[in-house]
Each structure stands twice: as C-alpha cells, then as structure tokens.
Design a protein around this ligand. Structure first.
Ligand SMILES: Nc1ncnc2c1ncn2[C@@H]1O[C@H](COP(=O)(O)OP(=O)(O)OP(=O)(O)O)[C@@H](O)[C@H]1O
Ligand SMILES: [Mg+2]
Length: 265
C-alpha cells in the first residue's frame, strides 16, 4: 500500500525570540485508503500538524512526504491541488451570496471565487452529483449564507469532493453542529470515504465517522500514541492525551468519552 503521508521527526516552531514550539518530533505514516482521526485537546497542535500535511507550511525540522512528494523540494501549490480541506477558515472565505451549486462548483477550479469561464458541463454535472451525494440536492439554489451551519458543512464537503482529491482533510468540520446535523455530516463523510484517504481532526471522539480506521493522539505538540483506532483509543492513552481520567466506550462503530469515576475539576 502506498504511503500518502510519511512524517519523520517533524518539528514545527515559530522562530523567536522567544521561539514557540508547535510540534515536536512527530512520526506519522498514513497509507492509501486509511481513515485517520487526529485527536487532542485545544492547543495540542492538531491544526499546526495539519498545516504541514496540507502543504501549507514546511516542517522546521525533519522530513515530510505528502502524496509521494518531499516538502521543500516540490511546488507546494501544485501539491495543494491534490488535497482538499474542509475547515472553518475556508467556510469563512466563501461569499455568502453564492448558491450551493456554485459553492460546490468552485471545487473544480480549486478557488474560493467561481471561475465560470473555466467550468465544463461535466464539472456542473459533477457538482450536482456531489451535492446530491451529501443530501443537498433540494438546496442547490439556496445561498450559502442562508444555509444552516450543518448544511454549509456538507456543502463544503461536496466542494471538496468536486476537487477530486487524493487526500481529504476535515478540521473540526462538525464543530457547532447539533445532533441531527452532526449525524448527517458524519453519514455523508462515511458515504464518500471509500476510495479516499481521509484525516478527521477533532477533540470529540463522538464526531468520528464510523469509517475511521486509525487514530493519532496529540498533546502539547507531541504524539502520545497512534495506530489502529481500537488499539489507540484506550482509557489510559485518552486520559494522558486529555489530562484527566477518561473512560472510552465503543458501540456499533461509534465512540464516546467521558470523565471517569468521581473525577472533579
Ligand atoms: N503562529 C503562531 N504563533 C504562536 N503560537 C502559535 C502559532 N500558531 C499556533 N500557535 C499556538 O500553538 C498551539 C497549537 O495550536 P493549534 O491551532 O495547532 O492547536 P489545535 O490542536 O488545532 O487546537 P484547537 O483544538 O483549539 O483547534 C496553540 O497554543 C497556539 O496558540
Ligand atoms: Mg485546531
């Protein structure tokens, strides 16, 4: 199986003084077709690590191979075209007046603003099919700004799929969604996961799609553990990651976590 991602001794820091360390000495291998969860508390460094994976930044030390390309030796812009990202900063840049059909279509140009002159009938058909796939066919003419947060999240997923990425990254895509909206998004992610390689970033294991195969745990910029999900999401490793005694449960492919026993802050 081909490695989609290979990080070796990756550290990321913001040069000082004082220097700010974001990621320290991370090793991580993701193979094609795997579906990873990147878990850790606020400030653990998840988004910072993802910025290397999405070819937004170079590691300060160590080596990062993304889709077979070594960061630092490759055109980052060309590499980014092969990676789709669903996150809040992208959502915030989408012009609110765009109908969802156009939001999805922008995935074909890999741009935030539509490039109508570039789109083919096949692009339009693909955008419509992807909106249908995430359950938004009936809302294709609705403006992005008029949609609920959950509908916007699924529209961004459709947009990401139109890009035909080799790697799909979801950073807190389910944050702020109510139970039905979260479940609709997770069902949509699970529905499209086949054939893709995905990384889902979250601090809530309840937000992991049932298709998730592996997990990487991060705390204070350091990798606490990683591997097949059931071996990784142990009470001990999750307690170390989140800094309190945690009890993890697994039921019908879904995960939940709560503070263990009589723990009080
Ligand atoms: N450019 C920067 N300069 C200084 N500190 C930074 C910079 N970027 C990130 N940090 C800090 O690094 C830490 C990790 O940030 P990061 O956004 O990667 O965390 P995260 O795990 O994604 O957290 P969250 O769950 O809240 O999104 C935070 O303490 C953040 O303040
Ligand atoms: Mg983050």
């Amino acid at each position: 199986m081909a490695a989609v991602l290979a990080l070796r001794g990756v550290s990321v820091w913001v040069p000082g003084p004082p220097r700010v360390d974001l990621i320290a000495d991370a090793d991580w291998t993701v193979l094609a077709g795997e579906h990873w969860a990147l878990l850790g508390p606020n400030g653990a460094g998840k988004t910072s690590l993802l910025s290397v994976v999405s070819a937004q930044r170079h590691p300060s030390a160590g080596t990062a191979d993304v889709l077979g390309q070594r960061l630092g030796r490759v055109d980052m812009r060309a590499l980014r075209e092969r990676i789709a990202v669903v996150d809040a900063p992208t959502a915030a840049r989408i012009p609110g007046q765009l109908p969802l059909s156009d939001v999805a279509l922008t995935g074909a140009s890999g741009t935030i603003l539509p490039r109508y002159e570039r789109y083919t009938d096949a692009d339009r058909a693909d955008a419509a099919a992807r909106l249908d796939e995430v359950g938004l066919k009936a809302l294709q003419h609705r403006r992005f700004q008029d949609c609920s947060q959950g509908e916007r999240a699924r529209a961004l997923l459709a947009r990401a799929l139109v890009q035909r990425p080799e790697l799909l990254l979801l950073d807190e895509a389910a944050s702020g969604l109510d139970l039905p909206a979260r479940e609709a998004l997770l069902a949509a992610v699970a529905g499209v996961a086949g054939g893709l390689t995905t990384i889902t970033v979250t601090h809530h294991v309840e937000e992991l799609p049932p298709t998730t195969t592996h997990g990487l745990l991060l705390r204070g910029g350091r990798v606490v553990g990683g591997g097949p999900l059931a071996e990784t999401l142990t009470d001990a490793a999750m307690s170390e990651t989140f800094g309190l005694p945690v009890r993890v449960r697994h039921d019908e492919g879904r995960w939940s976590a709560t503070a263990a026993g009589s723990w009080r802050p």
